[in-house]
Every structure is written in structure tokens, then in C-alpha cells.
Ligand binder design. Structure first.
Ligand code: 5GP
Length: 194
């Protein structure tokens, strides 16, 4: 019998609420493993090293050159993010459910990675896409977060539309209805524990 765990990726367009869902899973499921990724983005107020391995560009490059990333990508905020093999594979070997939030580029790389892709892949991947109720809900959240220019809004909408095309490639799609966060969290838990 295969006693290995699996890697669960939480994916979705920005503003859909995946971070809140992710944080709630972290609180409710200490038995899951939540690996730290490396990032070059600046630390936000109150953030500790438990959230990310915060590094500068040179350090990030060094980790990349050592081949220590499962994948890495530059995201829309201009910072680099990379999932660390050593934070993920030993935990899966140990039978753990490993849960990580990544952007669509990260999802694309991991789902095509030889360690997770195809029938003979050594590790199991489960991808969960968080869907917004509708496009307007997302656009509303983008504009409510902080004032942005029309050009920036156009760019964000374009990127959101392109992120949405990944939904059909995921194993599970969960609709995050307005005001029904608990329901969405329960659906994600159910999918993971199935
Ligand atoms: P934040 O900087 O707000 O914590 O994360 C911004 C976004 O970066 C997340 O929503 C997620 O999509 C993406 N992200 C976080 N960690 C990784 C990672 O290791 N790899 C990739 N490709 N994206 C990540």
C-alpha cells in the first residue's frame, strides 16, 4: 500500500479569497504540512519567517542555481517566489498532506513536473481552484483594496481573465460565494480529506 501523502495546490485569481481559505486551513488542520516558500518580496508588517523564507535577489538566485526549487516564478507584484523541494518532498514521503498556495505559473510548472505528472509520477498532486461568484465581484475587490489607475485596472483584469482559464485544468473547482466563506472552507477541506 502507498503510504505517501500528497501535494495540494490552492489556486485562483487574485482577490478571490484564497489566502483567507488557506489561513483557515492552517488554523484548523495542524496535521497538514504548510511549507514555506522563498520570496524576494518585502516583509509586510508583523510577518515572521514562519510565513516565507525572505531572501534578497542574490540569495534567491543562489537557491535557484543549487536546483533547490520545485518551481519558481516572478509574479505581478514584481517579486520572485519559489517552492522549496526540501520543504515539500520529505513531508509527502512522511505521509503528510502538504498544502501550498501558488500562482498559476507555479501550478503550470508543478503539474508538468516529472515528480507530479503522469501515471508513473512518484508523487500525487491535487489542484483546487477557487472560483469567484462572478467577474464583477473580483473587479470590485481589486478596486476596493487600494486606489489604482485605469491602466493598472485594465492590466489586472487581463491577468485575472488569464488566471481564470486555469480553472478547468484543476482537479477540483470550488465556488467562493459572497458571504459564505465557511461553506467554501468546508468544501476545500472535504476535497482534501476525500
Ligand atoms: P503574497 O506575497 O501575498 O504572500 O503572495 C502573493 C501570491 O504569490 C500568492 O497569492 C500566490 O499565488 C503566489 N505565491 C506564493 N508562494 C508562491 C510560490 O512558492 N510559487 C509561486 N509560483 N507562487 C507563489
Amino acid at each position: 500500500m502507498d503510504m505517501k501523502g500528497k501535494l495540494v495546490l490552492i489556486i485562483g485569481p487574485s482577490g478571490v479569497g484564497k489566502s483567507v481559505i488557506f489561513k483557515s486551513l492552517k488554523k484548523k488542520h495542524p496535521e497538514f504540512h504548510f511549507p514555506r516558500s522563498a520570496t524576494t518580496r518585502l516583509r509586510r508588517q508583523g510577518e515572521t519567517d514562519a510565513i516565507y523564507h525572505f531572501v534578497n535577489d542574490q540569495e534567491f538566485e543562489k537557491i535557484r542555481a543549487e536546483g533547490a526549487f520545485l518551481e519558481c516564478a516572478k509574479i505581478h507584484n514584481g517579486a520572485w517566489y519559489g517552492t522549496l523541494l526540501k520543504e515539500i518532498l520529505p513531508a509527502i514521503e512522511d505521509g503528510k498532506t502538504v498544502v501550498r498556495e501558488v500562482d498559476v505559473q507555479g501550478f503550470e510548472s508543478i503539474r508538468n513536473h516529472q515528480k507530479f505528472s503522469g501515471h508513473s509520477a512518484p508523487y500525487k498532486l491535487q489542484s483546487i481552484f477557487i472560483l469567484p461568484e462572478n467577474r464583477e465581484q473580483l473587479i470590485g475587490r481589486i478596486t476596493h483594496r487600494a486606489p489604482i489607475s485605469d491602466d493598472e485596472l485594465k492590466r489586472r483584469i487581463k491577468s485575472m481573465d488569464s488566471e481564470m482559464t486555469y480553472a478547468k485544468l484543476c482537479d477540483v473547482q470550488i465556488l467562493n460565494k459572497e458571504g459564505r466563506l465557511e461553506e467554501s472552507i468546508r468544501s476545500v477541506e472535504k476535497a482534501i480529506l476525500k
